[in-house]
Write a protein that binds this ligand. Structure first.
Ligand code: MEV
Length: 324
């Protein structure tokens, strides 16, 4: 058992299949090379201290027994809930200090909350010398996400734990796939998406027009299955075409926005093979399949359209220990 540990988990980029994944359609997600680091230290008292400066919570304290109960400030919710779930599962009551350090803005939609649950769950298992498989960590993280935000498929928790690129079916499959080095550009709209609200919006559309939405989901499934093959052995051009197809379907679901469309058009002007929103929609990031030589033009066009390029590598390593 250690006195202190630091663990980290990557953020994610949804490649194909967002929204439909909530209803059992597969999706493809990759881990990005920006990480959430979580440092844990035992305390001699019975307090839970959370330090999360980047999200406006420099010092937050409460009794460990009360973790996850009653009102919790937003930036502490996932941390508190995960600690509460872990402590309950293993009958723990020790004091604990948690410090988070994130290498990406929580505004990008890279899944900071999922990454926190993955890194924290892993860190706790190391701190207390409790063996947890990836599946155990996933169940703990996913239970925590559902406990805090009520909705979500769990694909982001899986990406944070397994890393690499994953073919994910909610409740059924988490399969690592070997993806070629396709070049992706990532553009940020400057608008933070409200994921739970967008998931509920699609749920409402599905309630009102079940047949139309079922048709859209089954076309998204086709796109995801084709994209899996293209990611493994296809061309950037084919990947771009599949992004366009997925984007058309997301538009029909009503989750695109003017800003997203502006950035997608900008990618087209810059010579991208295709682009789509990534994640819940409404804002956050877009991804584009691009050739090496069009990178600078695309950057210029995205900036002109009022967006920003985010430089990320993908297929990053999953949850890991940083130090003891
Ligand atoms: C959000 O990043 C992706 C959604 O499919 C929600 C989810 O799968 O949890 C919209």
């Amino acid at each position: 058992m250690a006195e202190r540990v630091t663990a980290s988990a990557p953020g994610k980029l949804m490649l194909f299949g967002e929204h439909a994944v909530v209803y059992g359609v597969p999706c493809l997600v990759t881990a990005v090379d920006r990480r959430m680091k979580v440092s844990l230290e035992r305390r001699r008292d019975k307090k839970l201290v959370i330090k999360a400066k980047q999200v406006g919570l420099p010092y937050y304290v409460r009794n460990i027994k009360e973790a996850g109960k009653g009102e919790t400030p937003k930036p502490a919710r996932f941390t508190e809930k995960l600690v509460a779930n872990f402590y309950e599962q293993y009958g723990l009551s020790n004091g604990l200090e948690v410090t988070t350090d994130c290498q990406f803005s929580d505004k990008y939609g890279f899944g900071a909350s999922a990454a926190v649950t993955a890194a924290l769950g892993y860190g706790l298992s190391q701190l207390y010398g409790i063996k947890q498989t990836k599946e155990d960590l996933f169940n703990l993280g996913y239970r925590t996400v559902i406990g805090v935000q009520g909705v979500g498929s769990g694909f982001d928790v899986a990406a944070a734990i397994w890393g690499g690129t994953i073919y994910y079916i909610k409740g059924k499959k988490i399969e690592s796939i070997k993806c070629k080095d396709h070049l992706l550009a990532v553009g940020y709209t400057g608008v933070k998406a409200d994921t739970p609200a967008l998931v509920r919006q699609v749920a409402e559309l599905r309630r009102q027009e079940p047949l139309r939405v079922a048709g859209i989901f089954s076309q998204i499934k086709e796109v995801v299955e084709e994209a899996r093959v293209v990611l493994e052995k296809g061309t950037g051009r084919s990947l771009g075409r599949l992004m366009e197809r997925n984007q058309r379907l997301l538009r029909e679901l009503g989750v695109s926005s003017q800003k997203i469309e502006d950035l997608i058009e900008a990618c087209g002007r810059g010579g991208a093979w295709g682009a789509k929103l990534s994640g819940a929609g409404g804002g956050d990031c877009i991804i584009a399949s691009v050739a090496e030589e069009s990178g600078d033009r695309i950057r210029g066009e995205i900036t002109q359209a009022g967006g920003g390029m985010v430089k990320v590598g993908y297929q990053a390593e999953g949850v890991r220990l940083e130090s003891e």
